[in-house]
Design a protein around this ligand. Structure first.
Ligand code: AMP
Ligand code: ZN
Length: 471
């Protein structure tokens, strides 16, 4: 399989370093909120690589971390602010505060939601999902090694910093050069005065007295880890010193992956990751999808509209992973319909015995081999559907084979819309909502909508009125 390697800046053949086994590390979710469909696009990229490698007979070892400590509110990943923040600005801690809950309880809740969402999108589970909060010992050991090897130093308050200048090839993934980085690319604060150089970053941060959760005792005092060190610690522990592929969204290229590479390579004195593979960002209705911009779409919202969550998977595959893509409600609706139509045809075709068409299979494999061209694969299915020279049973078997990688449950029954019974209670809520909407009382209308959802009734509003459907 060939993929675009960000560090080499070209499409390269991926040859596993250990024969027959592909080792992948994927930067996981930060569990302070539900993962949005943009995050899912990046997780899908890893799943497609994994499934296609398995299809080609490789065993895949996939480690995906759960970030439940260390990711600060302003860690944009784009050279953003990640130093010297107030303690409470850890994303999980901030969310715990706003939900009046315990930090780890918040993390476990969103971690479970993440697993549920993966299952809904047919994303196969990783070999292991280590948590940052369970890996503190590993991080401390790694930091000790970096200090011993003169790649890190301890500041006055017990924070530990990586010495960026000690790692000669810093910046080769993103193209950023240390001597060209302006001090302002990281937030400068009082704590930062402990740093020898502005581009050094914190491996461990001293905790102030205000912080009561997510703190650990270390040889340097009480504190908590920086974000980047967790991925070095967990990848080295669970995959060893040689990893074939490291995935993540494009925003993680710098500084997260650059810093991770510097830490890991310095600790074990070898190039740890062979290929850095990044997925481009997903936009939603023309705007960047991110929690901070308030423009997010969740898998649960798509389900609440009565749509098949695999319509999201299909929509995402309409574009190759490394082109930016704009997802819209229209495209999800269209994917829902085409998924159902294809499943209907598959049911019909399955009634005649057949075999896999080798010509179509070869085209399928070469499209995926050429940098995961999922768009081309979907076009190929459309051509195959209409190809009168291919017997029905062969269409079925061939598409079923494709589905091993596509993961669209194409052999399952089309999604049926079950009948709904409008009880008196439901009817009066619908009438009340209609009245609220005519009076532009959106708050009340939303409250009634939530009540209807609890009763298993979904609503689709349009200019013509509100359509109901069962959930
Ligand atoms: P986080 O939960 O913030 O740690 O992000 C999990 C993954 O989602 C990371 O690999 C991010 O780079 C990726 N990601 C975040 N936003 C988007 C987006 N809009 N489109 C695609 N991937 C994204
Ligand atoms: Zn990471």
């Amino acid at each position: 399989m060939k993929l675009y390697d960000t560090k080499r800046r070209e499409v390269v053949e991926i040859t596993p370093l250990t024969s027959g086994v592909l080792k992948i590390y994927a930067c996981g979710p930060t569990v302070y909120r539900d993962a949005h469909v943009g995050n899912m696009r990046t997780f899908l990229l890893t799943d497609l690589i994994k499934r296609f490698a398995q299809y080609q007979g490789l065993k895949v070892e996939l480690i995906q971390n759960i970030t439940d400590v260390g990711h600060m509110a302003d860690d944009t990943g784009l050279g953003g602010i990640d130093e010297g923040q107030a303690d409470t600005e850890d994303r999980v801690l901030a969310q715990a505060k706003s939900e009046s809950s315990d930090a780890l309880a918040i993390a476990r809740k969103y971690e479970q939601n993440f697993h549920n969402d993966l299952a809904l999108l047919n994303i196969q589970p990783a070999t292991k999902y280590p948590r940052a909060s369970d890996s503190i010992e590993l991080m401390i050991e790694l930091i000790k090694t970096l200090i011993e090897k003169n790649h890190a130093y301890v500041g006055q308050d017990g924070s530990v910093f990586f010495d960026a200048k000690s790692f000669e090839s810093y910046g080769v993934i993103s193209g950023n050069k240390l001597d060209e980085l302006k001090p302002s690319y990281r937030f400068e604060s009082k704590e930062d005065s402990q740093k020898r150089f502005h581009a050094d970053w914190a491996l461990w941060k001293h905790a102030s007295v205000n912080r009561t959760q997510l703190i650990w005792e270390t040889p340097w005092g009480k504190g908590y880890p920086g974000w980047h060190i967790e991925c070095s610690a967990m990848s080295l522990k669970f995959l060893g010193n040689k990893i074939d592929i490291h995935t993540g969204g494009i925003d993680l290229r710098f500084p997260h992956h650059e810093d991770e590479r510097a830490q890991s390579n310095s600790a074990v004195a070898t190039e740890v990751v062979n290929h850095w593979i990044h997925g481009e960002h997903l936009l939603f209705e023309g705007k960047k999808m991110s929690k901070s911009s308030g423009n997010v779409l969740l898998v649960s919202q798509v389900i609440a509209e009565g749509l098949d969550p695999l319509a999201i998977r299909l929509s995402l595959m309409e574009h190759r992973y490394r082109s930016q893509m704009d997802l819209t409600w229209n495209s999800i609706n269209a994917s829902h319909k085409s998924l159902n139509k294809l499943r209907e045809k598959m049911q019909l075709w399955s009634q005649t015995p057949g075999s896999v068409d080798s010509n179509y299979l070869q085209q399928f494999e070469s499209a995926l081999n050429e940098d995961l061209d999922t768009f081309k694969v979907l076009q190929l299915i459309r051509t195959l559907e209409k190809d009168e020279s291919i017997p029905a049973g062969n269409k079925y078997e061939t598409i079923l084979k494709f589905d091993e990688v596509l993961g669209l449950n194409l052999a399952s029954e089309p999604m049926k819309q079950p009948e709904i019974v409008i009880t008196q209670e439901i009817q009066s809520l619908l009438d009340e909502r209609l009245k609220a909407r005519s009076e532009k009382n959106w708050k009340l209308s939303d409250e009634i909508r939530d009540k209807l959802i609890n009763l298993g009734i979904g609503l689709k509003d349009s200019e013509k009125g509100s359509e109901v459907f069962p959930l």
